[in-house]
Design a protein around this ligand. Sequence first.
Ligand SMILES: [Mg+2]
Length: 295
Amino acid sequence: MVAGASGDDGRWAATPAPTTREGPYGCAVSRRMQKGQPLAGKSLFVLDMDGTIYLGDRLFPWTLPFLRRVREIGGQYLFLTNNSSKTSTTYVDKLRRLGVEAGPGDVLTSGDATIELLRSEGKYRRLFLLATPEVEAEFGAAGFERVEESPDAAVLTFDMTLTYGKLRKLCAFLRDGVPFIATHPDINCPTPEGPIPDIGAFMALVESSTGRKPDRVVGKPSPDFLRAAMIRKGATAGQTVMIGDRLYTDVACGIAAGVTSVLVLSGESTQEMAAVSPHKPDLIVEDVGELGRLL
Ligand SMILES: [Mg+2]
């Protein structure tokens, strides 16, 4: 935690950070934080997964103690993923396999978040949907009608069953001015065999053909994702903390949504990256184990 560097909005200002032996945004700084600040009154802990609670298939040893601590203080946790090719059930199964106590309501994919927001806003019901069959079923279960003619909106998810016919139809609807919503912006999806084209790459193709970009992109770093998370768990922005290992998605999302943001150094980011990033978290910790000790 940076002391004395908060701007008017309570976040880190662009003023130089205090320098310590360990570096400008070092953990020595975070350990000087007074217990309870800025985590006082927080009850919803929204967590990125890879790099934050596990790495690949290896759960970090400090994850379960952190989650227990959240429960001890009467809080709740929710895991986020931008991947909208699968349903939350897939992630719940993985979390349980790793020993994490999680139910269907504890994982929010960007597809779930899109459903949550569209349902709460009540504006679109008839959708032209590009999605895998399992994700399509979730939209159906949530009361949306999948249509091939005159949709209220076109929704692009990470459709691994994408066909030329679907693309052609999507582009035709977009040329007619149909509202265009995408679940997340990732260009590639990492897999053990290397990156594979994700929805951002589909968006580029569609834009090249029609000149249309999505009117709305729900997943990280959009604050929409956290809005959906707060709707799901019934929490306010003041009660919510976003925790993740990426500055430009997790931390940026937290800042945009007006919640407390925490960067963990257990994944992609280093202190050096944090020092030069425009996305300044409210708190930097080594890992969620350290965060748990601050609760
Ligand atoms: Mg991550």
